[in-house]
Design a protein around this ligand. Structure first.
Ligand code: C5P
Length: 295
């Protein structure tokens, strides 16, 4: 057993995703209903005294330098906490698929921030931690918090929503991947487009109408996928619905597609059936807020 702190870095799902406008800083203003899931990476963090940040993952193709947001998060933490002499050893066991729209990297970075703050005796307030998280990546503040939340701005402005129940969830990885900046470009060049009914979803969540929330799941990035990928996503979604899902949608900039189920039996059957058409399938549940939230 390794010393230090072990944190579960949970996957992020977008129950809805709308792109409002391109901003002068190149980012986009978003309106998203975010939800965390039990599917997680395991992140182990130890403090070292050598002023260096060491990152290792169990996947050889994941960079361990400044291209890795967990690495960036550790440096940002030490700078903010005035601990530049400290160092950290970070070991990540990946289970969340990479570049899938499930916030795996962002969640690892959030886990590093929470672990370092705990190991250092909580020198940073929750507000300070949120500011660093937003600097590290747009989805990192939500990944610190977890649970069910409305995200605005770049994704860093969060409002807690009534927690969704721990619905059984099937996440499917299709055989294609998406480029996030490319999808944003395509959304920008569209004159008119369909929008999610975010207000309707928020009302449904507020009155604990899980079916109503699931039926309103919608992601504008699905509309700008190339025709072939769009067809694949449509097929996966309709298979999930046929298998009993209350709703199904692509998460973030894809290509993961997930369905929310009313019971473990139908979710298990759906997961089994989807294995023949998808690269990978995960059976998980929606999760509550993270223990790190509200430090
Ligand atoms: O913040 P993050 O590093 O996750 O963003 C990755 C890329 O996604 C950005 O470089 C930008 O192209 C795009 N993005 C955006 N607007 C956002 C979030 C991300 O344009 N709100």
């Amino acid at each position: 057993m390794s010393a230090g702190v072990n944190v579960r870095a949970r996957a992020k799902l977008n129950l809805s995703l709308d792109v409002l406008a391109k901003r002068p800083d190149g980012f986009h203003d978003m309106l998203m209903v975010m939800q965390s899931a039990e599917l997680c990476d395991d992140v182990n963090v130890e403090l070292t005294g050598d002023g260096r940040v060491f990152v290792a993952t169990d996947l050889p193709y994941i960079p361990s330098d400044e291209r890795n947001v967990a690495f960036k998060a550790a440096h940002a933490f030490f700078a903010a906490a005035d601990m530049s002499e400290s160092g950290a050893s970070i070991r990540i066991t990946k289970r969340i698929p990479v570049c899938a729209g499930l916030g795996g990297g962002s969640s690892d970075a959030a886990a590093v921030l929470c672990a370092l703050n705990e190991l250092a005796g909580n020198p940073l307030t929750a507000g300070a931690l949120r500011r660093i998280a937003a600097h590290v990546g747009s989805d990192v503040p939500f990944c610190v918090e977890g649970g069910t939340a409305l995200a605005e701005g770049r994704g860093e402005r969060l409002r807690d929503l009534r927690p969704m129940p721990a619905l059984d969830t099937v996440i499917c990885m299709p055989h294609f991947s998406c480029s996030t900046p490319e999808l944003f470009c395509r959304v920008d060049s569209r004159v008119s487009r369909c929008r999610p009914d975010t207000a309707g979803m928020l009302e449904a969540i507020e009155r604990a109408d899980t079916g109503g929330a699931a039926r309103r799941m919608y992601n504008v990035f699905e509309d700008v996928l190339d025709k072939r990928s769009q067809k694949t996503v449509r097929e996966i979604k309709s298979r999930l619905i046929d298998a009993g899902a209350l709703g199904a949608v692509m998460s973030g900039s894809g290509s993961a597609v997930f369905g929310l189920f009313p019971d473990a039996g139908s979710a298990g059957n759906a997961a089994e059936a989807m294995k023949s058409v998808c690269r990978e399938v995960f059976l998980t549940r929606l999760s509550e807020k993270n223990p790190c939230a509200g430090l």
